[in-house]
Ligand binder design. Structure first.
Ligand code: ADP
Length: 485
């Protein structure tokens, strides 16, 4: 193979986005009943930029009393919101979607500053998709009777919604848009390391004129989340996050009237057959595991390569890794940004150490990492087997395990040998193989000759320990409705 060392022949000039025009307050209160109110706890925590450790703002810590205030506001608002003409509900949701589009650049910058993801991703994926979710569900608000004919769909009531830090605004959109379209009101809590875009969304919602109390956004860490889960006047808990917390939530609400959807962890298999278009597949491998620093529940974190093409795929993959640019999330050239928090970096490093200790071969490109902030090189682990901890457990970072297979049956067996079942990818020229695998793989989402493609119209969710219920598409409306037969 004729190799060109792109690193030596090309130098990218820095292309950092300016942040002068974004508006951030130094301190954020809780958004309850359409107003920003001080937390009863009087406590605030810091939100920092994971790329340089700099303090960005202070964020209120909601306690039990605050959760109760937010739930009461949502309960009161539910009376009129659920009775509002559905097409009027739809108009508000459309307005929120349009306003996100108008302020997209500011949202993208804040998302990257607060969470560490490359601006290219927040600009081209997170924020447009968040707007699309509101657009999509706005369209359904006045069509529920047609979607579920003769079933008299009715909203559930008040939903408590808890979201993670990997796609902060997008996850808020996944939760709020279908809930509102179905006529519910909500209390949403973003993750403690990435509260800012949810709080900017609260400002936008205030500007949109949405009736007070329909959306309440309160901030805090796990204890605040637990107060939401345990509140007695909620009809539904929608949670996206780790399987550990998902299990805790299920235990807490067992026996109560609350309905749940849980979108939890994953350990996606990305399967490359010998007949695949190898260059595209290599690009797909990179996108599957290094998109958003691997902080993706559906990441393709287990690679399965057909043995006959193993050496060529690995060589091309290593080459590609050497060209990835790691660094300033606000730089438009950046491919891999900062790890979201020091805690998450410690978790990833723990797994890398376990991988080495258990005898796997590690490969990392020799790229420079910034001095300050939380960084992790893209990492490959070769010579791993099914029993390795790094193959079995979710790492939630830029770490890929690589295994080989010879036959379809073998790869199906290996791919399904996991407690998770969220996603998978299949790379082959043969439609018949795609059909066979998509039937046999136990995963909620299976991509063929692509990976990490998201669309508001398509349902997303998992089997086994990856969760319960679906979000997105018509499937995503159902968990916010009850039916009178
Ligand atoms: P991760 O391990 O990826 O940080 P978590 O599941 O801990 O994911 O966090 C996802 C969301 O769940 C965050 O908003 C977090 O504050 C919240 N959370 C954490 N612990 C609990 C809990 N015991 N009950 C409810 N929510 C929680």
């Amino acid at each position: 193979m004729n190799k060109i060392d792109i690193n030596k022949s090309w130098n990218y000039a820095s292309a950092a986005e300016g942040t002068e025009h974004i508006q951030l307050k130094s301190k954020y209160d809780l958004f309850i009943n359409g107003e920003f109110v001080k937390p009863s706890s009087k406590k605030y925590f810091n939100t920092i930029n994971p790329a340089n450790g700099e303090h960005i703002a202070k964020v209120a810590q909601a306690n039990k009393e605050d959760v109760d205030k937010a739930v009461k506001a949502a309960r009161k608002a539910f009376k009129s919101w659920s009775k509002l003409e559905p097409k009027e509900r739809g108009k508000y949701i459309f307005r929120i979607a349009r306003m996100i589009q108008e302020r997209a650049k500011e949202f993208a910058l804040i998302e990257s500053m607060d969470g560490g993801k490359p601006i290219r991703e927040s600009r081209d994926i997170d924020i447009p998709l968040a707007a699309n979710h509101f657009f999509y569900y706005a369209g359904w608000a006045d069509k529920l009777e047609y979607v579920f004919p003769n079933k008299s769909p009715k909203p559930l009531g008040v939903a408590g919604q808890i979201i993670p830090w990997n796609f902060p605004l997008l996850m808020a959109a996944w939760k709020i848009a279908p809930a509102l379209a179905a006529g519910n009101t909500v209390v949403l809590k973003p993750a403690e390391t990435t509260s800012l875009t949810a709080l900017k969304l609260a400002e936008l919602i205030q500007d949109s004129g949405l009736p007070k109390g329909v959306v309440n956004i309160i901030t805090g860490a796990g204890e605040t989340g637990a107060e939401i889960v345990n509140h007695s006047d909620l009809d539904k808990i929608a949670f996206t996050g780790s399987t550990v917390v998902g299990k805790l939530i299920q235990r807490s609400i067992a026996g109560s009237k609350k309905k749940t959807t849980l979108e939890l962890g994953g350990k996606g298999a990305n399967i490359i057959f010998e007949d695949a278009a190898i260059d595209q597949a290599v690009e797909g491998i990179v996108n599957a595991i290094f998109f958003n620093q691997g902080h993706v529940c559906c990441a393709g974190s287990r690679l399965f390569v057909q043995a006959s093409v193993e050496s060529v795929v690995i060589e091309k993959l290593k080459d590609r890794l050497s060209t990835l640019i790691i660094g300033d999330p606000l730089d438009k050239n950046t491919d891999i940004g900062a790890i979201n928090s020091a805690e998450q970096l410690a978790t990833i490093e723990k797994y890398i150490a376990i991988g080495k200790k258990e005898g796997a071969d590690i490969y990392q490109p020799k790229c420079q990492l910034p001095k300050k902030g939380n960084w992790c090189r893209p990492t490959l682990f070769l010579n791993v087997s099914q029993s390795h901890t790094i193959v079995q457990q979710e790492i939630f970072g830029p770490v890929l395990t690589i295994q080989t297979f010879r036959t379809i049956d073998e790869v199906i067996e290996k791919a399904n040998n996991t407690p998770f079942g969220l996603s998978a990818g299949v790379w082959t020229e043969k439609g018949s193989k795609i059909f066979k695998l998509s039937k046999k793989l136990k995963a909620g989402v299976i991509w063929a000759n692509t990976y990490n493609k998201f669309d508001p119209t398509s349902p997303f969710g998992g089997y086994k320990e990856s969760g319960i219920g679906r979000e997105g598409g018509l499937h995503g409306l159902k968990p916010y409705l009850k039916f009178e037969l």
